[in-house]
Ligand binder design. Structure first.
Ligand code: FES
Ligand SMILES: [Fe+2]
Length: 402
């Protein structure tokens, strides 16, 4: 997949006006986004509960922004497909005969049928054509003709333009092995905005790492921003993960880099005890300088990558409504590692750790949403210096929503 490197960003579609009912919430967002970190405060509770704001976020952020939706190796070879639903849009990512990826609508052009209904089609697999299970219209996967009708039985007696019948395609790019998708046909390329982040990730070679485990938590009862904010700070290691992560990666020693815009990075060194021990500290390749630890790279609005010594975890959140979202977590390891002796046990360990940490995070995420739904709700909670990415997130939101 070629990345476009030089195209200028096309002008955004004429911007619509924010609904009247959001005036107070957006005014508060503007005020917060102008505060220095030293006086940084939480968003008001309405920002996490208002259906109107959610619709506005979908229109101004999720339908315009590059979203990380999968790992490219989940669609490994010509004919591979992966079914995805994004913000109520049924999609399928396919790889054609040339190896190019496409993000196609899954809605049949005949009578709206889902081409890969979850009741009968696996989430991923391999196909020569996308054949609608209703009246068997078949669509091509091959590059130039991607999404074009290849066959529609018993349609000869009517006036029907086959050649013009194709599944709409959305923009797709591969960044460091991740499939990025944009629902806005006029959006600029994804890569330029992430170039600075590439420089910080380059030494890890993440693009070639292989996924070894993916798990999805559907319908988590919290606004998507609650989950993104939870994943964007390690301050909570000392509470939420006091018995699990904190002894290994003490959140208090996290060094948060000064970033602005769409992405952020931070680094948590391994604890002294762990470095001398036998756990994660036995590897020393992933770290900052000579120090082993965890590098976190986040891309707003919905992606965080944690690079650990010898493994990495990516988390992708997708909203499914004002107060619900899906969380998808993928574990990756460097190429060749899955073939090493003892990897099966290591994988059992990786899966167990992800499940444990995620259960702990879900307690926090659900608990925060219950607090946001309460009346009266407290406001203006102050940020620690370790919550810099949340402060940056407000500035990102202000830029997109105001
Ligand atoms: S709806 Fe797909 S072939 Fe009829
Ligand atoms: Fe956490």
């Amino acid at each position: 997949m070629t990345l476009h490197r030089t195209e200028a960003k096309e002008p955004a579609a004429p911007s619509s006006l924010a609904p009247e009912g959001l005036r107070a919430t957006l005014a508060e967002l503007r005020r917060l986004a102008e505060l220095p970190l030293e006086r940084g405060q939480t968003l008001p509770s309405q920002a996490y509960t208002s259906p109107e704001l959610y619709e506005w976020e979908v229109e101004r952020i999720f339908r315009r922004e590059w979203l990380c939706v999968a790992r490219a190796e989940e669609i490994p070879q010509p004919g591979s497909y992966l079914r995805l639903d994004i913000l109520g849009t049924p999609l399928v990512i396919t790889r054609d005969e040339e190896g190019e990826l496409h993000a196609l609508s899954r809605v049949c052009r005949h009578r709206f049928m889902d081409l890969l209904p979850p009741e009968t089609a696996p989430e991923h697999g391999c196909l020569e054509r996308l054949t609608c299970p209703y009246h068997t219209w078949a669509y091509r996967l091959n590059g130039q003709y991607a999404g074009q009708l290849a066959g529609a039985p018993l349609m000869q007696r009517v006036d029907f333009d086959r050649a013009g019948c194709r599944l709409p395609a959305h923009r797709v790019e591969v960044w460091n092995g991740f499939v990025m998708l944009n629902l806005d046909p006029g959006a600029g390329p994804a890569a330029p905005e992430l170039r600075g982040l590439d420089l910080r990730l380059n030494s890890h070679g993440i693009a070639n790492w292989v996924s070894v485990h993916t798990q999805t938590w559907e319908g988590v009862p919290a606004n998507w921003k609650v989950a993104v904010e939870n994943g964007s700070e390690n301050y909570h290691h000392m509470g939420t993960h006091a018995q699990s992560l904190d002894p290994v990666l003490p959140g208090r020693y996290t060094e948060v880099d000064e970033c602005d815009g769409r992405w952020f990075t931070m680094f948590t060194p391994l604890s002294d005890a762990e470095r001398g021990g036998t756990g994660l500290g036995r590897h020393s390749r992933s770290g900052r300088g000579a120090r082993p630890g965890m590098l976190i790279a986040g891309i707003f609005p919905q992606f965080v990558l944690a690079v650990l010594p010898g493994s990495a975890i990516s988390i992708r959140w997708l909203p499914t409504g004002p107060a619900t979202h899906d969380t998808r977590i993928t574990a990756m390891v460097p190429p060749g590692v899955p073939d090493t002796p003892g990897f099966a046990e290591q994988l059992v360990d990786i899966r167990a750790q992800i499940a444990r940490i995620q259960e702990e995070d879900l307690v926090a995420v659900r608990g925060v949403q219950r607090g946001l739904d309460s009346h009266p709700t407290p406001s203006n909670g102050r940020f620690s210096h370790l919550e810099r990415p949340l402060w940056q997130f407000q500035r990102y939101l202000a830029e997109r929503l105001l």
